[in-house]
Design a protein. Structure first.
Length: 497
């Protein structure tokens, strides 16, 4: 696996291949429709959902505006509770820190809680290069790891696999990683879950080092929070002697009162549950908390930037940092449902990945420059987002940056981006449209010409446009424009007065 999927082709190329995989499309359609329907019911139970959504947005925006202050407060609180805070500017620095911390323990194995941040930086690969084996313990992540695969969904990384494929992976690969799968394993969910439980249990009991991310960090107390549905994360958080948490700097909330909002909206938006079955919280170490003897004796928090500060500098794009990784936008996206997560070339697939990855990584690569176009701009993602991220707005904003170039922040420096290659026709069309809309007389003349020549209009577009019109009917031009209809029927008078 690779956290950044280096070498992936641009989204259109990868998606073209994915849409021809009928098994993949069937798996995605079944899973996303099921999760979507359950989420709708869970959200409908909450009478003040709109208010909670707005509260989450306001809390996140406030925190991002004062992120420097809250990060310092968090560091002070974690340190006071016996933890050690490390700052990582990028993926390489974070990987070096974590690798060194594991080596200090003398261990060569670690167990991991499901973590998008560690996937983002490619931590498993970095640890493997250092001779350290990292074992994923979330069942879906375990499936991906055993299958030498890549995650394709934020919440359900193995959503592209069906039960038969999972059974085959367990039977073939488990023995190479630890306890083998039971003889005669079937594809029933209960047997698959039991095989995973037996395989993981020996790793939990043996591991001395655990690695996690966090869903939230509470600045006022230095508390970290992980929400999950299986309990495997809690085993990783409590049994090892050393715990290392790698967390993006945007995951912070100011207070416990703020946390209450997200503990209502996150489970309903992600797993369609009223609350997560397992909500684990820890503050520092057991030695740093008087009278408490559970949890790790050593705790390290690695605060990860890796492009987040650059994203924060963008007044439009920074709203992507509100994301609480619920995956609701993926489950309603018609593009994701057909193309799958691997086509996005990032650990963050779907609509949120289409705006987050190009900001964290920049738009210099072919895959990142193509991601803002991986959308129909239908707006379904915005409607379901529990923190009201206007994903279509950011998509259009990033498309403009790619096509036109312009100022941006990279590695903390203000730079001037050049227009990306392959967008000359788009730039010309947008500039022509801008000129037409700013010259009413020309616009009126063009509308009348189009109406009077409508009988000669082709049914399909020529050249590259043929790919678009091959699966769509071109809209017919009306016999007259709205402007002319208004003049003819209303005489140009304002009838609303």
């Amino acid at each position: 696996m690779s956290g950044t999927f280096v070498g992936m082709p641009a989204f259109p190329v990868a998606a073209h291949e994915a849409v021809h995989d009928s098994t993949l499309r069937g798996n995605l359609r079944h899973a996303t429709h099921t999760i979507r329907a359950k989420r709708e019911k869970a959200v409908a139970e909450v009478s003040d959902w709109a208010a909670l959504r707005e509260a989450g947005k306001q809390i996140k925006d406030h925190t991002l505006r004062h992120l420097d202050r809250y990060l310092v407060q968090l560091e002070e609180a974690v340190t006071a509770a016996g933890g050690v805070v490390h700052w990582a500017a990028d993926a390489d620095e974070a990987n070096r820190i974590v690798t060194a911390l594991v080596r200090m323990t003398g261990e060569t194995e670690v167990v991991k809680v499901k973590s998008m941040a560690t996937q983002e930086i490619g931590l498993n690969e970095a640890l493997e290069a250092a001779g350290i084996h990292a074992y994923e313990t979330d069942i879906a992540e375990l499936i991906v790891q055993l299958g030498k695969d890549r995650p394709s969904h934020i919440l359900v990384p193995a959503i592209h696999r069906n039960r038969g494929e999972i059974r085959d992976i367990f039977a073939r690969e488990m023995g190479e990683w630890g306890r083998p799968a039971p003889e005669g394993l079937t594809d029933t969910p209960a047997e698959l879950a039991e095989a995973a439980r037996l395989h993981l249990r020996e790793k939990f009991l043996r591991a001395k080092v655990g690695i996690s991310g966090a869903n939230f960090m509470v600045a006022e107390t230095g508390t970290l929070v992980v929400v999950e549905s299986e309990g495997n994360g809690r085993m990783c958080l409590t049994l090892p002697e050393t715990l290392i948490s790698v967390v993006g700097i945007e995951k912070i909330v100011p207070s416990w009162r703020d946390l209450e909002v997200f503990l209502q909206t996150l489970p309903r938006s992600s797993t369609a549950e009223r609350m997560n079955p397992y909500t684990s919280m820890w503050t520092g170490t057991k030695d740093g908390r008087a009278g408490e003897g559970d949890g790790p004796g050593t705790f390290h928090l690695v605060l990860l930037d890796n492009g987040r500060t650059d994203t924060l500098a963008d007044e439009v794009g920074r709203q992507a940092l509100r994301c609480i990784r619920c995956s609701a936008c993926l489950n309603v996206c018609p593009v994701y449902e057909r193309a799958g997560g691997h086509a996005y070339g990032s650990v963050y697939p779907g609509p949120i990945g289409a705006i987050l990855s190009p900001q964290l990584r920049g738009t210099g690569s072919e895959i990142d420059a193509s991601l803002p176009y991986a959308s129909s701009l239908c707006g379904a993602c915005y409607e379901v987002c529990p923190v009201a991220i206007d994903i279509p707005e950011v998509l259009v904003h990033l498309r403009e940056r790619i096509a036109e170039g312009g100022p941006a922040t990279r590695d903390g420096n203000r730079v001037l981006l050049k227009p990306a290659k392959g967008h000359a026709a788009e730039r010309a069309a947008m500039r022509a449209a801008r000129w037409a809309f700013s010259h009413p007389g020309a616009l009126r003349g063009g509308q009348r010409l189009a109406s009077r020549t409508r009988r000669f209009h082709p049914r399909t577009l020529p050249g590259p446009g043929r790919a678009w019109s091959a699966t769509r009917d071109l809209p017919e031009v009306p016999a007259e424009s709205f402007r002319d209809w208004w003049q003819r029927t209303r005489g140009g008078k304002d009838v609303t007065k």
